[in-house]
Design a protein around this ligand. Structure first.
Ligand code: GTP
Ligand code: SPV
Ligand code: MN
Length: 598
């Protein structure tokens, strides 16, 4: 497709400008067709980036391993360049926008030499929906172009809708120009020079040096969370790191819920859950990001801005998450998993029995005795959402789906109960603000450390997190609002031997059933210092190898441990200085008082 297919002045001028800055060998406008996708995957197979998988095992699917220095998001290389440092806040890396532009201009100068520059128009949200926004990613990575075709709506149809309208410019380069006749590597990246940069006021994104996931597929974390959260605050809506699911009870009553858990803490799994309770049904609207706006009826309506899943592979199996396995049966891309001798993929947890021989994510021969991982812990599958067997009928509804409950949670091996409910929206906002979780492999850094990750948005909030807390409190004050109830869950409690106490996965339906019941007064609760908690027998343990006594252990409120946590929360809150809303100080005071009186 050529640039004659758009007359959008801003877009044409920007493409020209980027071409002059980056000096690619050629410019290619993506139209989004199947032929084009095949052309791109052929190119990637030829360059050694992709291995085509066995057509009988995974039709039209590809295996890919990254540079070992480019396997996850890089939070210390991620910048929010607001005019004022206080608008980025204490949890973001701030950089002066002018100085950063200078830095970026020198990095991007000539950075696409020897490469093709792809222009990729994409829509976050259903095409033409009032809540959707258009972005254009310019990239020198065909891997990114292929991934965006699965995870967003992209191509000519987006340009048709864009017309003369505005879009978010997203510029990306792997940062490895090629000299004449220089041979390329399978996964070009510039490990020493990664820059993931956001200009919220200008609504622009520049990303340099990484080809991986959230660093490079700029519609996802950079646009749909960091830039969108900034827009959402200005416009009175919410852009959140949340899954969206539909839940139907045996009587046929249906509700929608959204849940924010930090990266690699169970969103994809909960979104596609296969219920262990008969006649309950879960359907998927989204697995990672929710945009929520008020409808005329005062309810919050959510859309999934994405069109595909970029899901954690390890731990995903027919036993834990069959709907994910069925989603990725074809037309998918697998990054940093292991390759079987017969051209299929494997990862830890996929099958009980380990294959006798594999090529692992580093390209080394692997056997069950190997000390290396077969798949990198942050290896991922990229699969179209419409291949999910339980995709919700309304997943592309431009109006979104009405949310009845919002869940927060993280990975905590001790003392945080299985579930509790907020007294009201402000208390729920407090619960979101105190989310903390063990660090996972989704971001580079030390795995296992417990870190605060308020609202699971710590790496994704495009402005001052103190202002973000206030924005959540303000949402609760909107006139005529019918707000969802808020809950906190923790599937990850462990015993002394490091074994999970709660079986999780499909059994989580038992907790969702109680939450469902709390939204229509069908389930009972008692008041505790933390919030409302299930009364004895209120969580359905039918046909489960798990007793009410065992349940009480993971619903216990450990007063002394929580009083220590209160101290910890106060310490964390200090970071926000005068930006910490008084409403949250009141909440932590009230929690302390309730604990002391309990
Ligand atoms: P991002 O895509 O990084 O935002 O992650 P996510 O929140 O979608 O995480 P995902 O559902 O992919 O889960 C990450 C890991 O947690 C996988 O290895 C899962 O197998 C595991 N997991 C998910 N749900 C449960 C659960 O209920 N119990 C236990 N023990 N593990 C779980
Ligand atoms: C996450 O880390 O929360 C992800 C994966 O969903 S990435 O797109 O790489 O950010
Ligand atoms: Mn995520």
């Amino acid at each position: 497709m050529s640039d004659t297919l758009t007359t959008n002045k801003k877009l044409l001028a920007w493409v020209k400008e980027v071409e002059q800055l980056c000096s690619p060998d050629s410019v290619y406008w993506c139209n989004g067709s199947q032929e084009e996708y095949t052309m791109l995957t052929d190119t990637l197979v030829k360059s050694g980036t992709f291995v085509k998988l066995n057509e009988d095992k995974k039709p039209n699917s590809f295996y890919c391993k990254s540079d070992p220095a480019d396997v996850a998001r890089v939070e210390d290389r991620t910048f929010i360049c607001s005019e004022k440092p206080e608008d980025a806040g204490p949890t973001n890396n701030w950089f002066d926008p002018k100085a950063m532009k200078e830095k970026l201009n020198s990095l991007f100068k000539g950075c696409m030499k020897g490469r093709t520059m792809y222009v990729i128009p994409f829509s976050m949200g259903p095409l033409g929906s009032d809540i959707a926004y258009i972005g254009v990613e310019i990239t020198d990575s065909a891997y990114v172009a292929c991934s965006l075709r699965i995870t967003t709506r992209m191509g000519k149809k987006v340009l048709d809708i864009l017309g003369d309208g505005d879009f978010v410019p997203c510029l990306h380069s792997v940062g490895v120009p090629l000299k004449a006749n220089q041979e390329d590597v399978a996964w070009p990246c510039n490990a020493e020079n990664k820059y993931i940069v956001h200009f919220p006021e200008e609504k622009a994104i520049w990303s340099f040096g990484s080809g991986y996931g959230g660093n490079a597929l700029l519609g996802k974390k950079c646009f749909a969370l960091r830039i969108a959260s900034y827009m959402a605050r200005q416009e009175g809506w919410l852009a959140e790191h949340m899954l969206i699911l539909g839940i139907t009870n045996p009587e046929g009553e249906k509700k929608y819920m959204a849940a924010a858990f930090p990266s690699a803490c169970g969103k994809t799994n909960l979104a596609m859950l296969t219920p262990s309770l008969p006649d309950w049904k879960i359907e998927t609207v989204g697995d990672d990001i929710a945009w929520m706006k008020f409808g005329d009826d005062g309810k919050l309506y959510a859309i999934n801005p994405e069109a595909g899943f970029f899901g954690v592979a390890p731990g995903t199996s027919m036993h834990t998450n069959p709907n994910a396995i069925l989603s990725l049966h074809s037309n998918s891309i697998f990054t940093n998993v292991a390759l079987t001798p017969d051209g299929d993929v494997w990862w830890e947890g996929l099958t009980k029995e380990k294959p006798a021989k594999l090529t692992n994510w580093l390209g080394n021969e692997w056997t069950p005795d190997s000390s290396e991982y077969a798949a990198h812990p942050n290896s991922r599958f990229t699969a179209p959402a419409n291949q999910c067997p339980v995709i919700d009928d309304r997943w592309e509804d431009p109006k979104g789906v009405p949310i009845s409950a919002i869940l927060f949670g993280g990975r905590r091996e001790s003392f945080v109960p299985l579930v509790y409910e907020a007294f009201d929206w402000s208390h729920g906002t407090f619960m979101g603000s105190i989310v903390s979780s063990e660090q996972t492999a989704a971001s580079e850094g030390k795995v296992g450390n417990i870190c605060h990750d308020p609202f699971a948005m710590l790496p994704f909030c495009g402005y001052n997190m103190g202002d973000y807390f206030q924005h959540w409190l303000d949402i609760g004050k909107k006139e005529g609002a019918h707000l969802p109830k808020i809950f906190y869950v923790n599937w990850f409690r462990k015993d002394e031997n490091g074994r999970f106490l709660w079986p999780g996965f499909g059994e989580n339906i038992r907790v969702l059933k109680w939450i469902f019941g709390r939204t229509n007064e069908a389930a009972t609760a008692e008041k505790t210092a933390l919030g409302y908690m299930p009364t004895k027998g209120a969580i359905d343990l039918t046909d489960m190898d798990f007793t009410e006594d065992e349940l009480r252990k993971i619903l216990n409120v450990d007063k002394e441990r929580w009083l220590a946590e209160v101290k910890e929360i106060r310490e964390f809150y200090k970071k926000f200085e005068n930006k910490l809303p008084k409403g949250l100080t009141k909440q932590v005071d009230a929690l302390e008082l309730r604990l002391k009186n309990s």
